[in-house]
Design a protein around this ligand. Structure first.
Ligand code: UD1
Length: 374
């Protein structure tokens, strides 16, 4: 029976693979002849960044854990490649399915393709155009050696056409993160701090920041947090702190009084906070997709986005990395002038089923397009 390796490494991967695994299990029950092997690279390894997500999203124990752990990006890339190559040499799969744009995505795609194991990329084709983001390099490298692309938008399809990918390798299926959000929407639950802080719907903000451009420089981080504290006009600002950001926060001389620093939140609690927030202020890309579907205003602290539909269709706006831009944007929000937004095409909760149907077809044909035309 053909076998697919499903690769997951870092937090944003887990909500993307969960519904694909669910759809594969369901297809198998209905007679589909396709197996999977779940490979966790170990890029994120602790409960807060990994274990909690497996538990809440019903992801099975990984079949293999490559245990890469922390390191520079080159160290992580190299170690994942060596260990995944060894795994494939010992026990080869027919296809390597990678999701998103983290280091694990790129590393496994390279190792697989060099052993002539075909690669499918979920969320292929998106581009920010900003090479200062490690994720952009990961996207470009991964897509240059991907056989089959599962895309979230027409913009992604166009980006792939521009690099010479033929139509028969592009499958516009929608967004697997939204499958997860829709499946768990009724189970979203408040974290302890909801009661501890007496939070009220639409009377607080949620902030997340972890991009090097915002958090690696102490001066920038301090200026941004001051602008957030002031711009939110005394309302509580809940800030689940990513480990990367935590290190630098400790160096800051003082923080705004309304900032509530908390540990990274599990999926159900985090999205409960987002759903009821007045707005989300973030430098994440994935969160702007979730706010788009929930219709929550999102202020993105970046100059570019690889997810333009969250701005053109959804409730997201690019504010940039200059803290001075935040106050007018928040002014617009408080004046009740934020746009409504709507939901992009095929972000309907059925994406993973589409992906599994395509994979079944591809693997029964066992066609491996060599070269790829770019
Ligand atoms: C990675 C992804 C990024 C994603 C982010 C979400 C890349 C290039 N970047 O960045 O796209 O948005 O994850 O979280 O892949 N650490 C822990 N516990 C863990 C894992 C990491 O404390 O379980 C610490 C590490 O020691 C390191 C820091 O977090 O100091 C950064 O982790 P790393 O995986 O290198 O990259 P992220 O910044 O998390």
């Amino acid at each position: 029976m053909p076998r697919v390796d499903i690769i997951a490494g870092a937090r944003p991967n887990f909500m993307k693979i969960a519904p694909i695994i669910r759809a594969m299990d369901q297809a198998k029950e209905e007679g589909c002849r396709m197996e999977y092997r779940l490979v966790h690279t170990g890029q994120h390894y602790d409960a807060l960044m990994s274990g909690d997500f497996f538990a809440q999203l019903g992801i099975p124990e990984p079949d293999v854990n490559l245990e890469v752990g922390s390191g520079t990006q080159a160290e992580q890339t190299a170690t994942i490649m060596v260990r995944y190559e060894k795994l494939l040499l010992e026990s080869r799969s027919d296809l390597c399915l990678v999701v998103g744009d983290v280091t694990s995505t790129m590393a496994c795609a390279i190792a697989a393709q060099k052993l002539f194991v075909q690669v499918a990329h979920v969320e292929g084709g998106i581009r920010s155009g900003d090479w200062a983001m490690p994720e952009e390099i990961n996207r470009m490298v991964t897509d240059s050696i991907t056989n089959w692309f599962f895309t979230t938008s027409e913009t992604a399809n166009d980006n792939l056409r521009k690099i010479g990918v033929s139509e028969d390798r592009i499958f516009f299926v929608g967004n697997t993160m939204i499958d997860t959000l829709k499946l768990h929407f009724e189970q979203l639950c408040p974290p302890a701090l909801w009661r501890e802080e007496s939070l009220q719907p639409q009377q607080y903000f949620v902030v997340t920041m972890h991009r090097p451009s915002n958090v690696d420089g102490i001066v920038q981080l301090q200026a941004m947090l001051s602008a957030i504290g002031e711009g939110c006009r005394g309302m509580p600002v809940v800030f689940p702190v990513h480990p990367r950001t935590a290190k630098n926060l400790r160096e800051l001389p003082g923080l705004p009084d309304n900032l509530r620093l908390v540990e990274p939140q599990p999926y159900l609690e985090f999205n409960f906070l987002v759903k009821h927030a007045k707005a989300v202020i973030t430098d994440s890309g994935g969160i702007s997709e979730e706010t788009t579907v929930m219709g929550v205003p999102c202020l993105t602290l970046r100059d570019t986005t690889e997810r333009p539909e969250t701005v053109t269709i959804g409730s997201n706006e690019l504010i940039g990395t200059d803290p001075a831009k935040l106050r007018p944007a928040l002014g617009k929000l408080f004046a009740g002038e934020w746009k409504e937004g709507s939901i992009p095409e095929k972000w309907d909760g059925k994406t993973s089923k589409r992906i599994v149907a395509v994979l079944e077809r591809l693997l029964s044909g066992r066609r491996h397009p060599v070269g790829g035309g770019h």
